[in-house]
Design a protein around this ligand. Structure first.
Ligand SMILES: [Zn+2]
Ligand SMILES: [Zn+2]
Length: 153
């Protein structure tokens, strides 16, 4: 793949995800928000920054600063928030697939931050189940902070 092409990012999973919290939910189509276009090099830098954040010891502010160095300050908040959401969801998706392959039955439950900033599209998804109420993982939109919880049944 040439540099300059958008590149799908696959993040290494982290065992703990201490601070997948971020600012504002705003708007949503009923599907996963696609990743913004970026070069392979920038994608790798973003990947590294998110991994460092998710390993713990960093605030979202630290991540936002790292993202600002790659994409500039204007979009840094938005990209940090949205991509952390994506990384968390990706980890859950992988875990759920592994569990399923082992024959375990897992429920995947949508979880909003349950605060005043959750938007009207995300709010009704809170507590609902993948396969029944939704299919595509968060982020639902730019700045989405939703997560997916796994429950063994
Ligand atoms: Zn929302
Ligand atoms: Zn959301």
């Amino acid at each position: 793949m040439q540099d300059g092409q958008p590149v799908p990012l696959r993040l290494a999973s982290c065992p703990t995800c201490p601070q997948c919290l971020a600012p504002l939910c705003t708007w949503s189509p009923p599907m996963t928000m696609p990743r913004i276009e970026m070069t392979k090099k920038d994608g790798a830098r973003l990947d590294k920054a998110i991994r460092a954040f998710r390993a713990g010891g960093q605030t979202l502010g630290d991540l936002t600063k790292a993202v600002a160095k790659i994409f500039g300050p204007e979009r840094a908040d938005e990209i940090a928030t949205t991509e952390v959401t994506r990384a968390c969801a990706e980890e859950v998706r992988t875990t759920a697939e592994e569990a399923k392959a082992k024959g375990w039955r897992m429920l995947e439950i949508w979880q909003t931050n349950n605060d005043a900033d959750v938007c009207e599209k995300c709010a009704p998804l809170n507590g609902t189940q993948r396969g029944e109420d939704w299919e595509e993982y968060p982020p639902l939109h730019s700045n989405c902070r939703c997560r997916v919880g796994l429950e063994m049944v």
